[in-house]
Design a protein around this ligand. Structure first.
Ligand code: ADP
Ligand code: MG
Length: 616
């Protein structure tokens, strides 16, 4: 019997590989754009006709190729980007497998023109079905101009599988968005059937996002920027009110490569908890840069999924960075950095990732990281990394389970990675706080001063108090000397009856007392209720108000209602001791800067910003 197994002819092997790499016109668009980026281009033009089915052309002004390289580039596994196995752990380029051009040449009619700066003449190559038809010197500008015609002309089954032009074009635009978003310092354009759809001048990341997604995003972006020795995170997230009911504008880039990750998406969404309805999707464009040795990008044919060496750490960092950004945005709403270009350059607003930062990220090692300086606000634990990781081993999973109600013990959480913007605010205790208009409190900090909204701040304090009481130790009750009775409408009394067990936990001793009536025996000890009867009635009103917002659980509504009801109101004059107590309690909170319903509780005015405003 003769052997049956044979080596496939190379062009067939390439078509199989093409099946992985080139699934549709958009895959070729991605590969060609990435090649142009890798070639160091500063301007990249994409031209497509018939949704890429008849033509995909990418023109760049990058390095170009020598005559030999131009020919070599179409060989399988021919790449200039890696030499040794070790290089696989140092990948900083978009491509590295040397398959794309081979795959493209296997399924289309390709023409390449390329020239390096040092060469007088460039090279032109025509290749089709993996066969070189022509190669000759040509006059050409520096850079590369590659066109791919009639994709799958030789693989009818695949060609027939292509979707409508509209659908294929959407895929192309998606890929174009992902690459151009990651490189705002490169000019990109997209022309389809002779019409220029995108013309993206170089600029900041923020400008690029707005160019790509629309000006409505301009006022909805919050900048994220956290640099640590292990990884850097930067980019923009949408303000809570910009969250949408439909998925769509969520972008993660790891070392500038767009990736999909349900896991990291979960980290971001978790950071928004209580700020957006649970069925909505926040906007984000987040760049995670870390040592390439910490990731494996070779787990997916189109490299859209990657494996992190330690994904729990990345999860924790991403969530912390987003929480921090949200917190920052809530405390500085009046300092609009867009107002003044000199301020705009200062901070917060887009900062494209620099080579320097990239180098420092690459140079760092995981094992002497977390106790370092410029991350004091993120990581407070000075103990060994191992403990820190142990902590996340434990809570990372748990947090996943409890997306909407983190159950971790606040004390434990404080020891680990926890965003505590308040920690960065150190109040100058010697200076007396000042109340103005019976509404705001002004207090000095090391870095400037803060203006606190007394009612919102107190709501936060009470909310956290109730929140921990509802989960653990009940609040202490103060027995009323004279129990008060309470008559309610039938629907309200049904409601109150439902809430009684929770109310007990929160220090309210309320008992049913016949039909539609109740008796209030006691109230939480350290909460001044004044009029218990009114308090319960108001709380019920507020509860019903929250009921119209379906997103909250019963417990959540009750906590918020009570916090709202009992909070010190605007208009109340406060004694210095009361102010100090409020400040102390506020900054002992886990989330001191946001009221339970998402408003800022205080605004920080930093002297450096103020000085800038005064031109000093
Ligand atoms: P990879 O990008 O994985 O290396 P490709 O098949 O996409 O593999 O490209 C093969 C090689 O051809 C690249 O490594 C690069 O040296 C060269 N090349 C491809 N496109 C360009 C371009 N636009 N400009 C300069 N060189 C290019
Ligand atoms: Mg490539």
């Amino acid at each position: 019997m003769p052997d049956r197994i044979q080596l496939l002819p190379e062009n067939i092997a390439n078509q199989i590989a093409a099946g992985e790499v080139i699934q549709r016109p958009a895959s070729a668009v991605k590969e060609l754009l990435e090649n142009a980026v890798d070639a160091g281009a500063t301007a990249i033009k994409l031209i497509v006709n018939d949704a890429g089915k008849s033509l995909i052309q990418v023109i760049d002004d990058g390095n170009g190729m020598s005559e030999t390289d131009a020919r070599m580039s179409f060989e399988r596994h021919a790449t200039s980007k890696i030499n040794t196995i070790d290089d696989l752990f140092r990948i900083r380029t978009m491509g590295f497998r040397g398959e794309a051009l081979a795959s493209i040449a296997a399924v289309a009619q390709v023409e390449l023109r390329t020239r390096r700066e040092e060469d007088q003449l460039g090279t032109s190559i025509e290749i089709e079905n993996s066969l070189v038809l022509r190669q000759e010197p040509v006059a050409a500008p520096v850079g590369t101009n590659i066109s791919m015609k009639n994709v799958f002309f030789n693989v009818p089954a695949r060609r027939n599988f292509l979707k409508s032009n509209a659908a294929e074009m959407r895929h192309i635009i998606d890929e174009f968005l992902r690459v151009s978003m990651a490189f705002p310092n490169i000019f990109f354009s997209l022309t389809a059937n002779g019409q220029e759809l995108f013309h993206l001048e170089k600029g900041s990341l923020k400008q690029r996002i707005v160019q790509l997604l629309g000006v409505t995003y301009n006022s909805k972006l919050v900048s994220v920027l956290e640099n640590t020795d292990y990884l850097n995170i930067y980019g923009f997230i949408g303000k809570p009110e910009a969250a949408k009911r439909t998925r769509g504008d969520q972008y993660f880039f790891v070392n500038n490569r767009f990736i999909r990750s349900a896991y990291l998406n979960h980290a971001v969404v978790g950071a928004y908890q209580e700020m957006i309805p649970s069925d909505s999707f926040p906007f984000y464009v987040l760049f995670i840069d870390l040592d390439p040795a910490q990731i494996d990008i070779n787990v997916h044919p189109t490299k859209q999924e990657i494996k992190f060496e330690d994904e729990k750490i990345v999860y924790a960092f991403v969530q912390a960075a987003v929480k921090h950004a949200l917190a920052q945005f809530s405390i500085t709403p009046t300092l609009d950095f867009d107002l003044d270009p000199s301020i705009q350059q200062l901070d917060a607003v887009s900062k494209p990732f620099t080579e320097e930062k990239r180098a420092s990220a690459a140079g760092s090692s995981l094992y002497h990281t977390f106790s370092q300086k410029n991350q004091a606000h993120i990581i407070e634990n000075k103990s060994e990394l191992k403990n820190w990781r142990d902590f996340y081993e434990k809570t990372g999973d748990q947090e996943l389970k409890n997306k909407n109600s983190p159950e971790e013990d606040p004390e434990t959480a404080r020891e680990g990675l926890m965003i505590k913007p308040a920690q960065r605010l150190s109040l100058i205790e010697d200076l007396e706080p000042l109340q103005i208009h019976n509404q705001f409190i002004i207090a000095a900090t090391n870095a400037g001063f803060i203006v606190i909204h007394q009612q919102l701040a107190h709501e936060r304090v009470l909310y956290e108090k109730f929140e921990s009481a509802s989960r653990g130790k009940p609040m202490v009750t103060q027995k009323s000397l004279f129990p008060t009775s309470l008559e309610l409408a039938p629907s309200d009394s049904v409601l109150l009856e439902e809430l009684l067990p929770e109310l007990h936990q929160l220090g309210y001793q309320v008992e049913t007392f016949g039909k539609n009536s109740f008796v209030i025996q006691g109230t939480p000890a350290d909460v001044e209720t004044g009029n218990e009867k009114l308090a319960i009635e108001q709380m019920l009103e507020q509860y019903k108000h929250f009921t119209s917002e379906m997103k909250f659980s019963k417990r959540e509504k009750l906590l918020r209602s009570l916090a709202w009801q009992q909070a010190i109101k605007t208009g109340k004059n406060l004694a210095p001791t009361e102010m100090k107590r409020l400040l102390r309690e506020l900054f002992a909170c886990l989330q001191p800067n946001i009221s339970p319903s998402g408003q800022p509780t205080y605004i920080e005015f930093k002297t450096e910003y103020l000085a800038k405003i005064f031109g000093k």
